[in-house]
Design a protein around this ligand. Structure first.
Ligand SMILES: [Zn+2]
Length: 97
């Protein structure tokens, strides 16, 4: 039996193109669906069906945005590859100040 879905407010921040399709970036608690089902407090979620990226308010916004955009762009990559990409991009951007 499914528990009732609690409605939460998400602020739409902006929309970006990912591989030729527009995706929506939302700020707020990511829904528990897909790979995140059963997970506790997650920082972000890439919802491929809705073409929406959720970023938790408590998350490191930049790192989480990079991570989730990588998921959206390369859906076949596993978590460790995505995490490695995130780490390198964040390190490079940190050098820029
Ligand atoms: Zn991930």
């Amino acid at each position: 039996m499914r528990s009732p879905v609690k409605t939460r407010s998400h602020a739409v921040l902006f929309r970006i193109p990912v591989r030729g399709k527009m995706w929506t970036i939302k700020l707020g608690r990511p829904p528990r669906k897909g790979a995140a089902r059963g997970a506790k407090d997650i920082d972000g979620l890439c919802d491929y069906e809705a073409r929406t990226i959720y970023i938790a308010r408590r998350a490191d916004f930049r790192a989480t945005l990079i991570h989730e955009v990588l998921h959206a762009t390369y859906p076949d990559l596993d978590e460790s590859a995505i995490a490695a990409g995130e780490e390198s991009i964040v390190a490079a951007l940190d050098r820029l100040g």
